[in-house]
Design a protein around this ligand. Structure first.
Ligand code: PHE
Length: 343
């Protein structure tokens, strides 16, 4: 076809429209497109460039500009199709989409405390316990009074408390909770029996920081309240837990203890084998437990003549440290990647 500047203009505008309406999805379409428009032998645009010398001299410059811009429209269509990954080996741009990505330097892992907490909560979840939570900042009533700690009872000194606001003697003190037991109170105030729940969480105490004690640690609280619940239920439950968590052959000891909010109270110990120890191992305290004290039930408006129940509370750090052979509790809170990436 003979071209004039006029026919060339309308051809270019038709082609521009065609290009912009094209979507290049498959690899074969991209290659077809390249050959049709930009191919060295049969490419439409390549062909049109050959028209320029046949035009009158004064039209050649404008024709050249038109064709250059048409060519760049086609080229950028091709480039973006390639970038979108429609064609993985790309000859027309510098990007090699087949190059593997940079490898991650390291992969995240779960914190040993998270691992232990998950294991504990899963065991109780399978025994039909629901999971409850409470605030880490507590008031005096939930942390102590409702749990049957008398005002000046030495039991309050058993737990060195981190007060946020000492308040007045009217018990409006605000503190970091010293145990997860206030979650018992919150759940019993908010609902009606029966209860069968555990409450995992952080607790805080004003302890000297050493390799074996820290100002914060984790506990899992348990609470079961119903008609006719007995100490036998408590013992069965925590023995089942201990066997599931520490293994079928673990040696257990259940010994009397004291907590203001349970009566009677007892603590569970496990025998931990230590080859280097003169006795071949030692008893390790795992949890405190007992039958919920009638005063606690009264404080939350539950009739102790009708309902009974048990509660327990266990530390998470100690079993986790034994299990993962961690010697210094402080390493659990330092967020050192060299330590954490081992789990
Ligand atoms: N709250 C007690 C503690 O922190 C543990 C406990 C919970 C004991 C529930 C008995 C019942 O030491």
């Amino acid at each position: 076809m003979e071209h004039t500047l006029h026919t060339l203009k309308s051809t270019v505008s038709d082609l521009t429209q065609e290009i912009s309406a094209t979507s290049l999805l498959a690899t074969s379409e991209v290659e077809e497109f390249r050959i049709r428009f930009l191919g060295q032998k049969r490419g439409v645009i390549t062909h049109l460039f050959k028209v320029i010398p046949t035009l009158p001299k004064e039209d050649r410059r404008e024709a050249g500009q038109l064709l250059n811009s048409l060519r760049s429209v086609a080229q950028s269509k091709l480039d973006s199709a390639n970038l979108a990954g429609n064609q993985l080996t790309d000859h027309s741009s510098q990007i090699d989409l087949t190059l593997p990505g940079r490898q991650n330097q390291w992969r995240g892992s779960l914190h040993p405390i998270t691992l232990a907490l998950t294991k504990i909560t899963n065991i109780f979840y399978r025994m039909g316990f629901t999971i409850a939570e409470g605030p880490e900042i507590e008031d005096d009533w939930h942390n102590f009074t409702a749990l049957n700690f008398p005002d000046d009872h030495p039991a309050r000194d058993m737990q060195d408390t981190l007060f946020i606001d000492e308040g007045n003697p009217d018990q409006s003190r605000i503190m970091m909770r010293t145990h997860t037991s206030p979650v018992q109170i919150r759940m019993m105030v908010a609902g009606d029996p029966p209860f069968r729940l555990i409450a995992p969480g952080r607790v805080y105490r004003n302890e000297t920081i050493t390799y074996k004690s820290y100002c914060l640690f984790h506990q899992v609280e348990g609470l079961v309240i119903d008609e006719g619940v007995t100490m036998a239920d408590l013992k069965t439950t925590i023995y089942s837990f201990a066997h599931a968590f520490f293994g079928k052959n673990v040696k257990l000891r259940y010994r009397p203890s004291f907590f203001p909010f349970t009566e009677p109270s007892a603590e569970l110990d496990i025998w931990w084998e230590l080859p280097d120890h003169p006795d071949g191992g030692r008893w390790m305290e795992v949890l405190g437990s007992g039958m919920v004290h009638p005063n606690v039930l009264k404080a939350v408006g539950i009739d102790p003549e009708r309902y009974t129940g048990y509660a327990f509370g266990m530390g998470v750090e100690r079993p986790a440290m034994l299990h993962y052979d961690i010697k210094d509790i402080r390493t659990l809170y330092e967020n050192d990647i060299r330590f954490l990436s081992q789990f």
